[in-house]
Structure formats: C-alpha cells, structure tokens
Design a protein around this ligand. Structure first.
Ligand code: FAD
Length: 342
C-alpha cells in the first residue's frame, strides 16, 4: 500500500545549527517545518563531534559549549512546533505537481513539502564501525557510537574503544557514575588533548578507569541481543575478556554526501552553489544553507549558516504563501508564539 506523505511547508534536510535556526526563521514567516537527520540527536557537527568544546564566535556569547548552543537553538525553534524525523537519511527527492517536492527517508517516511532547505553540512554522518561480527544486532542497545543520555550509563560496566577526544572525554565523564569503565586503545598513547589524556592517566592510577592498552577489539559476546562481554587481543595474541553492559565505539564518524549528489543540484567540489542573496539553488524551491552552501567569499562558520537560514526563509515565503505579501517585522516587534508582543 502506498503511504500518504506528511504535508508541510518546508522540509529541512539536516538538524545541525543551520537547520535548527532555519526552523525559527521559517516560523517567523509563518512556515511550518519538518526536519530530518540521519543522527539520532539534533545538533549536527556540534553535537556529534565536539559537544563539550566551547565556541567563542557566536555573536552575543563570549563562550558557549557546543551542546549548550544546540540546546538553545532547539528551544528557540520549539514555539514553531517543528516535526523531527531523526535516525533516518533522506534518500530520495523528487519533484511533484505544483512545484512541490516529495522526500523519502531510509525509514520509509514520505514528506511532501513546498520548499526544501538542504542544510546537510558535509553530508550525512555515519559511524565508522569496528569490524566485529554480528555488531548490527547490538547497535542502539548495548553498542553506541555517540552518547545521547549520560545518565543511562549509571551503574553499568562500560567499555570505551578509541584513542581520541571522544573516547578520553567520555571515559573521564562516565568514570563518575559507571560501575566500571575500561578503555581499549590499540596504542599506548592517546591522541586526545594532552590535558585530558593526563587526567585519564590519573584516574587509571587510582583504579577509577581500566586502561586496556595496547589492545584491539576482537569479538562480542552476547545473550540474544543483550551484550555480555567484549573480547580484546593484543599484537602478541594475548586475549582479555571485558565484562560489558555497553560498548561505546569512538572510531570517528564518516561523512558522505550520499544521495544528495544525485539530485542534479549545481555541485562545486561536493558543495551546492547558491545565489548568495537568497541561498536558492539551481532547482526552484530548493535552497541550501550552512556548510553545504557555497558562493564567492563564503566563510564556513556557524554564524554564516544562521544568516543564510534567514535569507532562505525570506526568499521561500513567496513560494509557500504566494497570495500573501511579505510584511517584514523584526522579532523585537512581533514576538514569538507564547511570547507575543502585540
Ligand atoms: P552540520 O552541523 O554538518 O549538520 C548537518 C547535518 O545534516 C548532520 O547532522 C548530518 O547528519 C545531516 N545530514 C546530511 N545529509 C543528510 C541526509 N541526506 N539525510 C538526513 N540528514 C542528513 N564553527 C564555528 O563557527 N565556530 C567554531 O568555534 C567551530 N568549531 C568547530 C570545531 C570542530 C571540532 C568542528 C568539527 C567544527 C567546528 N565549527 C565551528 C564548524 C561548525 O560546527 C560548522 O560550520 C557547523 O556545524 C555547520 O552547520 P550545518 O548546520 O551547516 O551542518
């Protein structure tokens, strides 16, 4: 049976900072948004790659943690009631009648939108999976590639694999609440920031963390789809069995433009060329904003994505509401739902 598509004004591909702020800007122009992201959480690069790092060049914030910026952007968008479709990739985009667009996701959700904003950064994030047999069975249950809820690991035996910032930062953080934290890394030296690596070593010295180095993941032991242990080997063939309720695998995230490359958008070195005044692409009704959009003089910063989101929302208004004249009002005059000023 053919599914009935969900109908919306604007479909936003990518829930990074540009996509999230676009929800706000579209909301201010009376346009409702559906937002799709392949990650299970909103925030794009900020949430997936550097949630605990401070950002210093967001206007009006002398210093803000990347994860706090994401939280505030989500809160700012909330009054406009966006629909989020997370954990799924937009795999198809096709033109419909009356200039509308039909999007299909990897979870078979169909979205019928008047306008599409491609806010896909440098492409869809996907985990770099360790080559462990049967790993798919445990993904999202015992095996995770990013931490959505730190509290979920309280009292658990956690094995963390990797040698970079994510592995080291989460080992330090989870050592405060997990029953046991083991860190598996194939080298004896960690690539993380020196201060963090030093802190990890101090925790290991007092027995708060078990450093399993230089070892590599070799196999998973489970009961059904419940994780029991991780087997690790060193280069000499020595084996250890680490009891585990959870494995956090931090071997980085791959990014792939994926299906977007097939949508006949004007691509320039895997970036989408847009009109710098409107963020419009070569396809009517499709706009590109944030890191994926390019034009002469483009500066790849979060704040550029914010400005592009505002420009695209203004340009999209006449397509979504062709019979309404756009009366621009500043937010300080108009207010937002639940906080109207007049
Ligand atoms: P992204 O944040 O990349 O989000 C795009 C989202 O789209 C991703 O979540 C992806 O999964 C999703 N997606 C892509 N394709 C699909 C698809 N087909 N279907 C579904 N979802 C899809 N910038 C600053 O301004 N200041 C800084 O201090 C700063 N520090 C940084 C530090 C680090 C370590 C890194 C890596 C980046 C930093 N940046 C900084 C850059 C900044 O994070 C990016 O410019 C910003 O995240 C771009 O936002 P975006 O919304 O365009 O894309």
């Amino acid at each position: 049976m053919t599914k009935t598509p969900e109908r919306t004004d604007v479909a936003i591909i990518g829930a990074g900072p540009a996509g999230l702020f676009a929800v706000f800007e579209c909301g201010m122009m009376n346009m409702r948004c559906h937002v799709i992201d392949v990650l299970e959480a909103v925030g794009g690069q900020c949430q997936a790659l550097y949630p605990d790092k401070p950002i210093f060049d967001i206007p009006g914030h002398t210093r803000i943690l990347a994860s706090d910026l994401v939280m505030k952007l989500e809160q700012q968008a909330a009054p406009f009631d966006p629909a989020y479709h997370l954990g799924q990739q937009v795999v198809k985009l096709a033109q419909r009648e009356q200039g509308r667009w039909l999007l299909e996701t990897s979870r078979d959700i169909l979205i019928d939108a008047q306008v599409v904003f491609v806010a896909a950064g440098v492409g869809a994030f996907g985990p770099k999976r360790p080559p462990l047999q049967g790993i798919e069975r445990f993904e999202g249950k015992g095996i995770h590639y990013l931490v959505k809820n730190r509290e979920g690991f309280r009292g658990k035996k956690v094995v963390i694999a990797g040698g970079g910032d994510s592995a080291v930062d989460w080992a330090i953080s989870l050592s405060e609440l997990a029953a046991k934290v083991s860190v598996v890394h194939r080298r004896t030296k960690f690539r993380a920031a020196p201060a963090s690596a030093e802190k990890l070593q101090k925790l290991a010295d007092v027995g708060a963390v078990d450093l399993v180095i230089p070892f590599q993941l070799a196999a998973i032991e489970g009961d059904g789809d419940s994780l029991k242990a991780i087997i690790v080997h060193d280069l000499d063939g020595n084996e250890r069995r680490l009891e585990a309720d959870a494995l956090l695998s931090f071997f980085g995230l791959s990014q792939n433009l994926g299906p977007i490359a097939d949508w006949e958008l004007n691509l320039n070195d895997s970036l989408i060329a847009v009109n710098p005044g409107t963020s419009a692409t070569n396809k009517p009704g499709i706009f590109a904003i944030g890191d994926i959009a390019t034009y002469p003089g483009k500066v790849k910063l979060i704040l550029s994505g914010f400005a592009e989101a505002a420009q695209a929302a203004h340009a999209a208004h006449s397509l979504v509401h062709p019979d309404e004249e756009l009366h621009f009002e500043h937010s300080s005059i108009k207010g937002v739902p639940g906080n109207r000023l007049k």
